[in-house]
Write a new protein. Structure first.
Lengths: 252, 423
């Protein structure tokens, strides 16, 4: 829930539109988030970033990739796909993502969260026709959010240096590791055996990526600020810190 | 006697009684924040067709390599199918054409049947880098000439795509102030022949207004600008304490939060100040770097160089500091005997007072509790636009622009040329 407020501040500060965020749950890996020393953050740019020269180049690379590859693809996808289909695809991938949330909730001993997520997955995979419809939310089971980065944090792993990943964007050493673990795990885990399609990851991964990008409102250099790198870095750390902070769910 | 009665009627119809105006926020700070994210009018489309354009406005120069993404001037057009009036909207200080506020105007005017062109503020980094002539904004005539130039360039870019019946112009905050100047420039250049111009919550003196906004941050955060990080932290923690459970972000949620009085007046003021300060920091940096003033930037930055040392040197510099450290010395070096008072005068609506008084096509709306106006500023607006203005009792700074009553009156003005409340 805290993200909401940060986003409000963002909204006020940058005049960023939240309308598209309001309708969709955004996967956390690609949104700006993270943790750092409370002491340090009174200075908005005081974030541990020893790899800054690399990170800045990667930020530049991502901005170009976004402009010339990802966004045009997303636009084409949105043009040819009717809105209900788009939403169905989105729900389908979000439903597959429940496996990750469930596993990590269990690893963290979050009983309530695991239960909600298990029920969501069960309901949406059956009544929701392989997750195409998000029936669970309609009956009051809200989507939870956990990943291996948060699990690591729960067991005391610090965030490590800031790291801008290719394609995925802002992260840190811990969360990047978490992302890797989650991705590897995903290709094995298929508890309800409904996700046959996901076995051929090579075929649907691109669609998953397009859907993920489509549901993010972020635009590289969208703020126009020469300090955007610093601001995004700060917000990543801050939002992630809040997620780690109380083990509660954060929604976009 | 009859005349007096008519006069009384006229005056009363121009003044809003507080009880007739049911704008939901009584506090000007709350209103300001609410209005920056909430459409308070029923039935406005969520999304309207709109396209962004990139143009090179002469005299275009290649941007510095660290600003590679500012490679062209950007604006947007929302077009109607057939012939329709075209309205230009000029953004408030530092705001870009894609901001929520600008898009809100686009939605309203598109729904009302206008072609809409959104123009970023001359203090916006895209405008400053790609289209500003002097690259030291702050003198109203200079900046408005820049705006007029980009408006012409923008219109020429889309001319063959739209059929225009008449041209209209509006702007809010500093954009409202500039709209009046742009209108005056148009009187001599005669390119658009604007039919009607509406100034929404304009600043009277840029320097006065900037100081007010600057102080909102410095005076309301304990420890001042050095403690901004801690301030953001505290606000988040405070709000977290008040709420439990998950709520999705939407306009309604934001509305609810401010309705529930979660933030103190100081905190709200500081937030508004913070939004303005982030713009000021960019302006301080960009004008310094682009003009090689050497105030904060001691060498030419490399493409992937860390900006952290510069950020620290700028140390949250305010808008007034920009005027004092960069803009004033810049103009003093160009014009001999240029004093600080000259600069302040050239950033003040009094400069074109006689035009404002005589030009019947210009109207103005503002609020009694407008944050960026001094009492003298408000008095000046009241007198100058007598009979062509509405001063709403509430709304703070631009907080009521999208409120039903305001929207109705605004559209009515552009349609009929009369600015009165709907009674």
């Amino acid at each position: 829930m805290k993200n909401k407020y940060l986003l409000i501040i963002l909204l006020i500060v940058f005049g960023v539109s939240c309308s598209s965020l309001s309708n969709r749950d955004t996967p956390i890996e690609e949104k700006s988030i993270l943790e750092t020393d409370m002491e340090e953050t009174t200075d908005l740019v005081g974030v541990y970033d020893p790899w800054e020269p690399f990170n800045r180049r990667m930020y530049y690379f991502n901005a170009k990739l976004d402009k010339y590859v990802l966004l045009p693809t997303v636009r084409a996808y949105q043009t040819v796909t009717p809105d209900p289909v788009e939403k169905g695809v989105h729900n389908f991938f979000k439903n597959l993502g429940e496996v990750k949330t469930f596993t990590n909730s269990v690893l963290q001993g979050e009983g309530k969260k695991s239960l909600i997520t298990f029920n969501r997955f069960a309901i949406n995979s059956t009544f929701g026709v392989f997750g195409i419809f998000d029936v669970a939310t309609k009956v009051g089971l809200r989507r939870q959010k956990e990943d291996f980065g948060l699990t690591l944090a729960k067991y005391g792993v610090g965030n490590g240096p800031y790291l801008v990943l290719p394609v995925f964007g802002p992260s840190n050493l811990r969360d990047a590791t978490g992302l890797g673990v989650d991705t590897v795990f995903r290709s094995y885990a298929d508890p309800l055996e409904i996700a046959d399609a996901s076995q051929s990851d090579l075929e649907i991964m691109p669609l998953n990526g397009i859907d993920t990008r489509a549901s993010l409102d972020f635009r590289y250099h969208g703020t126009g600020s020469p300090f955007e790198y610093e601001i995004v870095r700060y917000l990543y750390f801050k939002l992630r810190e809040l997620e780690v902070g109380d083990g509660r769910d954060i929604k976009y | 006697m009859k005349k007096i009665l008519i006069l009384l009627l006229l005056v009363s119809s121009l003044c809003f009684a507080l009880e007739d105006y049911n704008f939901p926020a009584r506090d000007p700070y709350k209103a300001t924040i609410l209005g920056s994210s909430t459409m308070l009018t029923e039935g406005v489309s969520e999304k309207v067709p709109s396209r962004s354009y990139s143009i090179k406005v002469p005299p275009f120069t290649k941007p510095h390599k660290t600003l590679w993404y500012q490679d062209s001037f950007k604006f947007s057009l929302s077009k109607q199918k057939g012939e329709a009036p075209l309205i230009f909207v000029v953004a408030g200080t530092g705001t870009g054409y894609e901001s929520w506020k600008m898009k809100a105007f686009e939605r309203i005017f598109y729904d009302a049947g206008y072609h809409v062109i959104l123009i970023s503020s001359p203090f916006n980094s895209n405008f400053l880098v790609t289209a500003s002539n002097v690259k030291v904004p702050g003198l109203l005539f200079n900046d408005s000439h820049d705006i007029y130039r980009v408006m012409k360039a923008a219109y020429k870019r889309v001319e063959d795509k739209i059929q225009v019946s008449d041209f209209y112009l509006t702007g809010y905050s500093m954009g409202g102030t500039q709209a009046a100047y742009v209108s005056l420039i148009d009187e001599t250049e005669k390119f658009f022949h604007f039919k009607r111009v509406l100034m929404i919550n304009p600043a009277v003196n840029l320097y006065d207004s900037a100081k007010i906004l600057d102080n909102m941050l410095d005076d309301n955060i304990p420890g001042g600008r050095d403690q901004v990080g801690g301030f953001i932290e505290n606000i988040l923690q405070e709000i977290i304490k008040h709420f439990d459970g998950d709520v999705e972000i939407s306009e309604e949620t934001i509305y609810q939060i401010f309705k529930d009085d979660l933030l103190t007046q100081e905190e709200m003021a500081a937030l508004i100040g913070l939004a303005f300060r982030l713009i000021s920091i960019d302006i301080n940096y960009l004008t310094d770097m682009l003009n090689q003033k050497g105030i904060y930037v001691d060498h030419e930055p490399k493409k992937f160089e860390s900006m952290t040392p510069v950020w620290r040197r700028i140390n949250g510099a305010s808008f007034s500091e920009y005027i004092e450290r960069i803009a004033f010395p810049h103009y003093r070096d160009i014009y001999p005997e240029f004093t600080f008072d000259d600069l302040v005068e050239m950033a003040d609506l009094h400069e074109i007072e006689s035009y404002l008084r005589s030009s019947k096509k210009i109207a103005m709306v503002t609020n009694e509790d407008e944050l960026i106006l001094t009492p003298e500023n408000l008095e000046f607006l009241r007198e100058t636009f007598e009979g062509r203005s509405i001063i709403y009792p509430l709304g703070g700074h631009c907080g009521n622009m999208y409120f039903e009553t305001n929207v109705k009156n605004m559209l009515k003005f552009f349609e009929e040329g009369v600015l009165t409340d709907e009674k």
